[in-house]
Write a protein that binds this ligand. Structure first.
Ligand SMILES: Cc1cc2nc3c(=O)[nH]c(=O)nc-3n(C[C@H](O)[C@H](O)[C@H](O)COP(=O)(O)OP(=O)(O)OC[C@H]3O[C@@H](n4cnc5c(N)ncnc54)[C@H](O)[C@@H]3O)c2cc1C
Length: 367
């Protein structure tokens, strides 16, 4: 396994932002991964596992440590009966290719997660979700390597504790494991999941009542493309949603509504109430962060080369030439404005890589 020095990270991120990595290792097998971890230990380095780079923002200085970049691809059917099939998906497999593979074979369960960039391993890290589906709906177990020992373990659903954009891999056990593969269970006879309003409207407009898997994948791709650009262009980029939606208790929600009424308008408070009627979940009241950003008039707000996406304000865009500092300054402005008007602190979704504690404190402060 080759470890390169001073590797540019910008091309490895969908934001197309960030300085170089001091060391960069592409790892394909568990033995190569152990080798990379031994190198890191010998040189006393920080490490970061880089998948497709679609949920990170890398500092303009880059990363002063070892980047471990999994490249192990492949999808294998491991168990099957008349109703279901279990697949093992290697960590570096492109998530959307896995979805395409399932749809081609007429296996149901992940079609609503079409067109999300990145690798399958990282999909588990934040339990990706979109259009009324999340990975946890089909996830069974993960094969992981324990960083401290190099031991390979199987973690089941319960052990991974998947929640809204969370798992043990980005919370309690962050940095403890590297995901090697995941096992998902898909249905051979499924029903379209059309609960999400955009998806429902898409088919209603076309008079389709029972869409095929292929049609659902096509619909999701079209809906997503209309909202923000899939980062394939050379110029510019984004990391999808830059802010997480909120899950509030009843009391927190009432406080938010009261703040909106006082600091913004009665119309906005009424609009939020109508929205909330449709978004009560078992975990709490879901508030779209995009609604709050929009309510504060931040759509299209710009700092340097970074812009709050005019068509989906949850997304911050690099319009070409934006620095990490531009993006974080913009995120900081958005968080402060939303906090000031609504009393709610919205959290970032992408991971910030290579920033100093002082920089993080500066950008994350709400004062
Ligand atoms: C246009 C666009 C649309 C998006 N839409 C959605 C969406 O609808 N829903 C959604 O949930 N997300 C969405 N995202 C965010 C992103 O695509 C997902 O979070 C994706 O799963 C990240 O994959 P990645 O390989 O790019 O991860 P990276 O950005 O490379 O890494 C993300 C995190 O996972 C860790 N990681 C990566 N691989 C491993 C591994 N093998 N073992 C342990 N840790 C690992 C990294 O260290 C990091 O902490 C979107 C992003 C973009 C750019």
């Amino acid at each position: 396994m080759e470890i390169t020095k001073d590797q540019a990270l910008k091309p490895h991120t969908t934001f197309k932002i960030g300085g170089p990595a001091k060391y960069f290792a592409r790892v394909e097998t568990p033995d190569e991964l152990r080798e990379a971890l031994a190198f890191r230990k010998a040189h006393n380095l920080n490490f970061f596992v880089l998948g497709g780079g679609s949920n990170i923002l890398v500092s303009d200085r880059g990363f002063d440590g070892l980047i471990i970049h999994p490249v192990n691809k492949g999808i294998t059917a491991i168990e099957e009966d008349a109703r279901e099939i279990a697949l093992r998906i290697q960590a570096a497999e492109t998530w959307d290719d896995a979805v395409g593979f399932a749809v081609e074979h007429q296996w149901w369960g992940i079609e609503n997660l079409s067109h999300i960039p990145g690798q399958a391993g990282a999909a588990l890290v934040q339990n990706i979700g979109a259009y009324g589906a999340q990975l946890s709906d089909v996830f069974q177990s993960a094969e992981v390597m324990e960083v401290a020992t190099g031991e390979i373990r199987i973690l089941d659903r319960e052990a991974c504790r998947l929640g809204y954009r969370s798992s043990i891999f980005n919370t309690t056990d962050k940095g403890r494991f590297i995901i090697l593969s995941l096992r998902v269970r898909l249905a051979k006879l499924g029903q379209p999941n059309l609960q999400y309003p955009d998806v429902c409207a898409y088919f209603e407009q076309r008079g389709v009542t029972s869409p095929s898997l292929g049609e659902i994948r096509q619909a999701i791709t079209a809906i997503r493309d209309a909202k923000f650009p899939f980062p394939r262009e050379e110029k510019g980029g984004n990391a999808g949603s830059f802010f997480k939606n909120l899950l509030l208790t009843e009391a927190e929600y009432l406080r938010l509504e009261d703040q909106i009424q006082r600091n913004l308008t009665h119309e906005l408070a009424a609009k939020l109430r109508a929205l909330v009627r449709k978004s009560q979940t078992a975990e709490g009241i879901k508030i779209p962060a995009a609604f709050l950003i929009d309510a504060c008039g931040l759509r299209g707000y710009r700092i340097g080369g970074a812009l709050v996406n005019p068509t989906q304000p949850l997304v911050l865009l690099n319009q070409g030439g934006a620095t990490a500092r531009d993006v974080l300054s913009l995120a900081c402005h958005v968080r402060r404005a939303v906090y000031e008007k609504t009393g709610v602190a919205i959290e970032l979704e992408p991971e910030l890589v290579g920033f100093t504690p002082a920089e993080l404190a500066e950008f994350m402060s709400l004062d």
